[in-house]
Design a protein around this ligand. Structure first.
Ligand code: GLU
Length: 454
């Protein structure tokens, strides 16, 4: 390895399933660390296990990282690098550091296979981990471990160390499930005369109940999160803080702020990664998502929602535009993800903007006020509205507030809004009235009056 003070990192996913949220976090930390130090970040696809690795997961890994804005300086694919591993395997054998061993096949004990084993001198390996400090592991029990199934079929430990050397990786940042692999890899690094990288093993991400994040692969897949309505920026921000403790920071930034990639790079500090497992908190992710959703422009927001859902309502296009804008505003306020929003639209949350909806007598009066009072208020509202020439939110407010000043705001505005929406929660009553028009407003108020008079 050349010694040029440059930082190089890598993420090395094995494409055996969709890219996991934990791998995405590891990729992000590798990326942030490299970029913060003016270094390079590589993606290395570890696909030597041809039985379990699939092309579609390779694509999924790349798409997931790119969707998050994590871009590689170079991409390497292990299945295309067999010759390099072969050369180093041969060298180990020639130098007496590894040997070919004829053994019974595990699958069929009548068959023999020629595996390559590493000659283990059974020493104690000691290395420093950024997060855990000094780690000491006795390698005696590892015995002469297998490093290749045959001279042209190298296994994980060998390919990792050969590649890390060849790519001049200075920092190995990976999940702490790899701590137990590190001694084998250091033995190989020493035997091959390579440079030992710095190690940073990230604690696992666990579910709020303390268990494994999810047994179902689809639940933890980055692209699934994106498909189910999370914005890449929100995921990125959440992943960036998943595993750092409460930080006091010098730059005046908080880990709870929404940051772009440049700010994330600036904020990242490898020494602030915490030792304990990181608990995945959906609420926090939702919070970030909401911040991102709020920032979207009308056009971008629209792109995320297939608003053909509203096409079934015959409306003039100018009104449709006005209504859709109000629905968007309300959706942005109330929901955290696009899938929640789509569900709301599907269950006809906003039907009242297009047609009269069912109302229940019990729900018409405000709080403890009586049905009799509600009836009086509604009748008065019909009179007020009938007299209005221009039907705008402002005009409605001016004349209705004159009345509410005398009898109470909630007493009047609750039955007003409920009459128009049939919902305990909806967009503002004045706004609904202005959108559906004077005739429809009076019609709906009269419908409620009739219910109360029954
Ligand atoms: N291919 C390994 C994995 O998917 C990563 C190896 C490493 O980071 O050293 O977990």
């Amino acid at each position: 390895m050349k010694n040029n003070n440059k930082i190089n990192t890598r993420i090395a996913p094995s494409p055996t399933g969709p890219l996991h949220i934990g791998t995405a976090r590891t990729a992000l930390y590798n990326y942030l660390y490299a970029k913060k130090n003016g270094g390079k970040f590589f993606i290395r696809i570890e696909d030597t296990d041809t039985k379990r690795c699939k092309k579609k997961f390779f694509r999924n890994a790349m798409d997931s990282m790119h969707a998050l804005g994590i871009f590689e300086d170079a991409l390497f694919v292990q299945s295309k690098r067999t010759e390099i591993y072969k050369k180093e395997l041969k060298r180990l054998i020639e130098e007496g550091k590894a040997y070919i061993s004829k053994e019974k096949s595990k699958k069929n004990d009548k068959k023999f296979v020629k595996v390559v084993r590493f000659k283990n001198h059974k020493k104690i390996i000691e290395f420093k981990d950024t997060i855990r400090g000094n780690i000491k592991i006795d390698t005696t029990e590892l015995g002469d471990f297998v490093i290749a199934r045959s001279i042209s079929d190298p296994l994980y430990h060998l390919t990792v160390v050969v590649d890390d050397e060849d790519m001049e990786i200075t920092d190995v940042i990976r999940g702490d499930d790899h701590i137990s692999n590190t001694p084998r890899q250091i033995l190989l690094i020493e035997a091959l005369g390579y440079t030992i990288p710095r190690y940073t093993h990230l604690p696992l991400i666990i579910s709020p109940d303390g268990g494994k994040l999810s047994k179902r692969k689809s639940d933890t897949s980055i692209l699934n999160y994106i498909d189910s309505g999370y914005l890449a920026g929100a995921l990125l921000n959440y992943l960036s803080i998943l595993g750092i403790g409460e930080t006091d920071n010098t730059k005046g930034q908080s880990k709870d702020e929404v940051k772009d990639m440049k700010q994330l790079i600036d904020f990242f500090d490898i020494n602030k990664l915490q030792k304990r497992s990181a608990t995945f908190d959906n609420k926090k992710l939702d919070w970030f998502n909401k911040q991102y959703i709020k920032k979207l422009s009308y056009i971008d927001f629209r792109k995320h929602l297939s608003f053909c859902l509203f096409k079934k309502y015959p409306l003039k296009s100018i009104i449709r535009k006005k209504i859709t804008t109000e629905i968007f505003k309300d959706l942005k306020e109330r929901y955290h993800t696009f899938s929640e929003m789509k569900d709301a639209v599907k269950i006809k949350e906003y039907d009242y903007l297009f047609k009269s909806t069912n109302k229940e007598a019990e729900k018409i009066p405000h709080n403890k006020s009586s049905k009799k009072d509600a009836l009086i208020h509604l009748k008065r509202l019909v009179e007020i509205i009938k007299d209005l020439d221009t039907f705008t939110v402002e005009n409605l407010k001016n004349s209705i507030y004159l009345y509410t000043d005398k009898v109470g705001v909630g007493e009047v505005l609750w039955p007003f809004r409920y009459s128009l929406s049939g919902k305990e929660r909806s967009i503002d009553g004045f706004l609904i009235a202005s959108l559906i028009g004077k005739k429809e407003t009076i019609k709906r108020l009269n419908e409620t009056i009739k219910i109360l008079e029954k």
